[in-house]
Design a protein around this ligand. Structure first.
Ligand code: IVH
Length: 682
């Protein structure tokens, strides 16, 4: 093997420095200065040279972040100076008392503080010897932690070597490992896809990731590190006089620190910072659970010293808890404006995130199953900012024998219509779109919209009033409105009332496509409505078609077909359609259109009907046959082409068998009529 020349050694060294610099710009500053492809090229070049000259591979090379062999166990690591915890304050008065105590102690009137967020992750310590990362450890009991160097090395924002010509002999950096909120969501999505356990929060996810024996797993978890202090520095520095100097020093060593770090004066400064961070909280990329106040002057810190395991010069001011455990008393089902059925947890009242919570969303049926939630369980409730509280997980250890399972109702709890869950969807919906009180306003507004029935002047405010005063319940009620009812409403002068009435009257004459669209059937937009009108031509026919038949229509797949069938299967919807017709809503189903629909299989053929068909009334069956060009006669003879027989057929059935005339049931009749459906009517 060739001996590496000085030039090669230098090239490798320069590649490492360049790559580390780009790592720093990308992971710490969030300001990459080269395209990913260029970074990859540099990285591959380094890998290739290291492969060629394995004797030049060093542990601090950016190619060596993920070690090749997993550990078999964790080793303990004794901290040279203990990793302490912080005392907590929850109230402003506690913070004021803290400041007062310190003022007395160091005999001053005003203290300068270094303040920063309290990261909600895991404390770790990083040891750099002669500028190289040699050990990374957890806090453990504060004196002894676990050596997790192999995992911490995989975190790209942690430098493997310090960017210094003359690094200190020994430096211990303290900070927190976390998973950014966005990465946490992605991680859980990934876990779900793989069918693996979900993490309840980002802190648990970070902890789980650091507890891996195999660093290649940790490397996939996108952990982040933020530094907040130093443990040991040898030789000691003469220039670091304040905690804020330490932070600046850490930044110069390329460690990430919280951008929100500030210097403030006295208790007013502390409390103002607390309020400000509370407002920032939602916007931050990572989770925090409070803020930390530290006396800025380092010699004052030394003077104040420690009490048992916590420093006297610092305190954590915690935000109100965002998670709490309580009992799930029951599960209610709420119906949204679009008919979505959402299971909502009814909880034993619990104070969380600063308010008392009694309800929390459970999202949908699958979420309840996935989280294995039973009524009676003790559950972890989370409230983040203004969002609706949610049930995160159950506490399995607290489950009693008296828990019961939840099942999604088959009927809408608001209107009693069927509730269905369409293939491939996680959401259960009420099918009574035209009738359901929960969906009333939405349904009426959609019905009246410009591209549907085009009722000008019937906007949101008017619909709100009409529905809230129980003047109308369904779209059909619009056509029963009188001037008296309308003009009594707020902001409704007689003139505008009569304009609206005129628009309503005018909308009665419409097209089939607009009418179908106006019904607000899920998945039936304007284009689909037009296709349905064009291919099917008749409202009655549309209302009777099954999923297979509907799929023969251009561009209609199983999901849309299923949704249409569900909509018309709901008697409440049929009633509203019937009322609409009775009040005079009509559209063209012209003969000319029907001409095109004449089915050669049926045209001129004689049909006899007997017995009760499952779906069609005798009248409807007759209309369907006639629209396809067939005739319906009463008596059976050798001239009869088909007998359509339902339940309890009469003697006509036996006669048909005798004469050898084909007997059709309702499905066979549809099959026979169906051929015309695939031809457009236009
Ligand atoms: S300073 C001697 N600063 O809080 C003081 N700690 O309850 C050492 N923590 O285990 C801690 N954010 O992991 C400090 N900005 C911050 C922090 C912070 C989170 C954690 C730390 C420690 C715990 C103490």
């Amino acid at each position: 093997m060739a001996r590496p020349s000085e030039a090669i050694t230098q090239q490798i060294e320069s590649l490492r420095t360049t790559i580390e610099l780009h790592n720093y710009r990308y992971y710490v500053l969030n300001e990459p200065t080269i395209p990913d492809a260029e970074y990859d090229r540099l990285f591959r070049k380094l890998q290739q040279l290291e492969q060629q000259y394995p004797e030049l591979v060093t542990l601090d090379s950016p190619t060596q972040r993920v070690g090749a062999t997993p550990l078999t166990e964790f080793f303990q690591f004794k901290h040279r100076t203990p990793m302490l915890s912080l005392n907590n304050a929850f109230e402003a008065t506690e913070v004021e008392a803290f400041d007062r105590r310190l003022c007395e102690e160091i005999a001053t009137h005003a203290i300068e503080y270094s303040v920063e967020p309290k990261f909600d992750g895991l404390a770790v310590s990083l040891v750099y010897e002669q500028g190289l990362l040699t050990v990374g450890a957890t806090r453990g009991d504060g004196h002894t932690g676990e050596n997790i160097t192999h995992n911490l090395r995989t975190i790209q924002s942690i430098p493997l070597r310090l960017p210094l010509e003359n690094p200190p002999v020994y430096l211990e950096v303290r900070g927190e490992v976390m998973i950014l909120k966005a990465d946490f969501i992605q991680l859980n999505q990934h876990q779900e896809k793989k069918g693996e356990k979900l993490f309840a929060n980002s802190r648990n996810a970070a902890a789980g990731s650091l507890r891996q024996l195999d660093p290649s797993i940790t490397a996939q978890r996108r952990l982040t590190f933020f530094a907040y202090g130093i443990g040991v520095l040898e030789p000691p520095s003469g220039t670091l006089k304040r905690h804020s100097d330490v932070m600046t020093y850490l930044v110069s060593l390329h460690f990430p620190i919280a951008k929100e770090h500030q210097i403030v004066q006295g208790p007013v400064g502390l409390l103002t910072y607390y309020q400000w961070m509370m407002e920032q909280r939602e916007r931050l990329l990572y989770d925090i659970d409070g803020v930390v106040y530290k006396v800025n002057n380092l010699s004052d810190q030394i003077r104040l010293g420690f009490v048992s395991r916590a420093p006297r010069f610092a305190i954590a001011h915690k935000f109100p808890a965002q998670e709490a455990v309580t009992q799930l008393l029951g599960i209610d089902v709420q119906v949204g404006r679009t008919g979505t059925l959402t299971p909502v947890a009814r909880l034993a009242p619990i104070f969380v995130g600063g308010v008392t919570v009694t309800n929390a969303t459970l999202h949908n049926e699958d979420e309840i199953k996935r989280k294995q939630i039973m009524i009676g369980d003790f559950v972890i409730v989370r409230r983040a900012g203004d969002v609706i509280p949610e049930v995160v997980a159950i506490v399995p250890e607290q489950r009693s024998v008296n828990v019961t399972a939840f099942t999604m109702p088959d009927y809408c709890p608001v209107c009693g219509s069927h509730a269905v869950r369409l293939t491939g969807e996680t959401i259960t919906r009420c099918t009574g779109g035209l009738f359901c009180p929960a969906q009333r306003k939405q349904a009426i507004l959609h019905f009246a919209s410009r591209r549907a029935m085009n009722i000008e002047g019937l906007g949101e405010k008017l619909v709100d009033q009409l529905v809230d005063h129980a003047i109308i319940r369904t779209p059909a009620d619009l056509y029963k409105l009188g001037i008296a009812a309308l003009s009594q409403l707020a902001r409704m002068a007689e003139k505008s009332a009569s304009n609206v009435l005129y628009a309503i009257e005018h909308s009665k004459h419409t097209t089939l496509a607009r009418f179908i669209y106006a019904l607000g059937i899920r998945h039936v937009g304007e284009t689909t409505a037009k296709d349905l009108a064009r291919y099917i031509g008749q409202m009655d026919r549309l209302m009777m078609m099954n999923v297979e038949q509907l799929q023969q229509v251009h561009d209609i797949g199983p999901i849309v077909a299923e949704s249409i069938v569900d909509f018309f299967a709901e008697p409440h919807n049929r009633e509203v359609i019937e009322q609409l017709r009775v009040t005079g809503v009509h559209w063209d189903e012209s003969q000319e259109v029907l001409e095109y629909m004449l089915n050669p299989e049926v045209q001129g053929k004689a049909f006899v009907l007997t017995g009760t068909l499952p779906n069609l009334t005798r009248e409807a069956a007759k209309t369907l046959i006639e629209q396809s060009g067939g005739k319906v006669t009463n008596s059976i003879s050798t001239k009869t082409h088909y007998v359509v027989a339902g339940a309890d057929p009469g003697s006509k059935y036996h006669k048909a068998v005798e004469l050898g005339i084909p007997v059709l049931d309702e499905t066979a009749l549809f099959d026979l009529l169906e051929t015309q459906i695939i031809k457009p009517v236009s």
